[in-house]
Design a protein around this ligand. Sequence first.
Ligand SMILES: [Mn+2]
Length: 236
Amino acid sequence: MRVAALYDIHGNLPALEAVLAELALDPPDAIVVGGDILWGPYQAECIGLLRDVGAQFIAGNCERMVLHGDTEADQWCREQLDAELLADVSLWQLTIELDIAGLGRVLFCHATPGSDEEIITRLTPDAAVAEAFAGTVADVVVCGHTHVQVDRAVPGALRLVNVGSVGMPCEGTPGAFWALIDGGIELRRTEYAVEPALARLLEPGFPSVEDVFFEQVRGEVTAESASEYFESLRGA
Ligand SMILES: [Mn+2]
């Protein structure tokens, strides 16, 4: 079974189009969308493209923010979606589990199985990671949320993979980041044209679009700085 894991798309349609064009050349058996497809300029368009290819969706903290939040951006995002789509999003589960030959039980969640916003980074000590996943029965956990790719074995626990972000990566280089899971786990990067994408992302009127997208889409936020920032928030 070949599974593409696409996380943290954030309504970045040009980035998603690039990944889907690559996947169309050799379609996987399943596509798991790991939360935070919402909270960005082209939410409904991204959901539409992924529904067309039969993707399965789980919810992240941004789905919760778009459904229930009260910032200007939360409200703008909610107003872009019709009642039927919002009702569908409210039904998305927090986890999906798949049995994948060569890996075993693979649990997909946005941040951790028990929280859509718990911070785990490449800098988080093993003991804290083991504690966050205590009680999780899986061989591999596939997560996102912190927008930096990670593949680490947690001693005595499990293999933790963060597939990175399609739409708002913090990797020090532009592109859409995701993973192909096929017995092994391949962390992937798909290139797309940055400046035309930024021009398109401005069009719908998503609030603070320049603050949210420009540095990350241009690849100006490094994995090191993002990991240090997120790690400073952990447990705060
Ligand atoms: Mn996110």
